[in-house]
Design a protein around this ligand. Structure first.
Ligand code: COA
Length: 325
């Protein structure tokens, strides 16, 4: 039995030039480098320049992923962008990126699942490729989260950063086993009861403003570890694999303590977890593809490796995917 699988044939990422350290934040907020490092593992974050938009970050990550895959925009027929920080309320950032890449063909749209956005976008693109209607997709997570921050709120202003990551997915016929290359399984969840724990207090339909990010961090933390452990187990079972098969965990980068607690639930040694939260902070939908690209480019992720991706975010939404490299 053969199966049409979505294989990641290239990754790319882009971080804006300006780096903001914890000390830079401590100069204008009642916080300290020691508090931020101890509670979150974050040391610094990148911040987009004035006039630099989510679509600019996403387009550059996409160009780098295309180059890594040996493809040009002409080879792509689908663009799915995960973002909570579009340039404009509409049109979709995906169509802006499509234009920046010089494409006038194919389909392009955004998905909104905040920090889980990349898992949602990957799952949607995988399903469209599996349907046979599309051959190659760009799946992009791109965010300018710093534009949503209330810079007077020390409980959230220290946690987020800007950036983008992208992958090129190609439909390939594979033997149809757990040893196949590509996305072996993915699972998504949501539970809208928890809106008040993590949300933006504005929007076009409610206030007519963009609003600011608000979070009850301690409660989010508690849900994150439980939900992530559960969805990782689910996805491994769906792929016919166990935690012992995982070569690399590439988690959403929100907080080092969440990453460590999640890895412990899988009995995965700390050196099998890809960590970028120290220098990227939480880049929402961009965090998983940014971390993935870092581990591909420095040679940690090798052909045949089983890579487990996971994320949880506002909604709540959460998801995981098992991908054979
Ligand atoms: N600097 C200094 N003190 C701070 C601070 C900061 N930046 N932010 C909060 N504090 C204070 C609080 O006001 C509180 O003071 P109090 O005890 O006098 O009231 C104290 O530190 C402890 O706050 P608390 O919120 O309980 O800390 P915590 O250990 O839970 O850490 C987070 C806070 C936000 C780092 C942590 O809860 C977290 O990471 N949560 C998950 C967030 C997340 O992953 N979100 C994204 C999911 S997509």
């Amino acid at each position: 039995m053969t199966k049409r699988r979505s294989v990641i044939i290239g990754t790319g990422s882009y971080l804006p030039q300006t780096v903001l350290s914890n000390d830079d934040l401590a100069a204008r907020l009642d916080t300290s480098d020691a508090w931020i490092v101890e509670r979150t593992g974050i040391c610094s974050r990148h911040v987009a320049a004035p006039g630099e938009f989510t679509s600019d970050l996403g387009a550059e990550a996409a160009r780098r992923a295309l180059a890594a895959a040996g493809c040009t925009p002409a080879d792509i027929d689908l663009i799915v962008v995960a973002t909570a920080t579009p340039d404009q309320t509409f049109p979709a950032v995906a169509t802006v990126i499509q234009h920046k890449l010089g494409m006038t063909h194919g389909a392009a749209f955004d998905v909104a699942a905040v920090c889980s956005g990349f898992l949602y976008a990957l799952t949607v693109a995988d399903a469209l490729l599996a349907s046979g209607g599309y051959g190659r997709a760009l799946v992009i997570g791109a965010e300018t989260m710093t534009r949503l921050l209330d810079w007077d709120d020390r409980t959230t202003a220290v946690l987020f950063g800007d950036g983008a990551g992208a992958v090129v997915l190609e439909a390939q016929m594979q033997p149809g086993s757990a040893a196949d290359r590509g996305v072996l399984a993915s699972r998504l969840h949501s539970d809208g009861r928890y809106n008040d724990l993590l949300h933006v207090d504005g929007g076009p339909s409610s206030t007519g403003t963009t609003g600011h990010l608000r979070m009850k961090g301690r409660e989010v933390f508690r849900h994150a570890v439980v939900n992530l452990a559960s969805v990782m187990g689910e996805v491994l079972e769906a792929a016919g694999l166990t935690a012992a098969d995982v070569t690399w965990l590439v988690p959403h980068q929100a907080n080092l303590r969440i990453l460590e607690a999640t890895a412990r639930k899988l009995n995965l040694p700390a050196d099998r977890v890809v960590i970028t939260v120290d220098r990227h902070a939480n880049t929402s939908a961009a965090s998983v593809p940014l971390a993935l690209d870092a581990a591909v480019r420095d040679g940690r992720i090798q052909p045949g490796d089983l890579v487990l991706l996971e994320a949880m975010g506002g909604g709540f939404t959460w998801g995981a995917a098992a991908v054979r490299w």
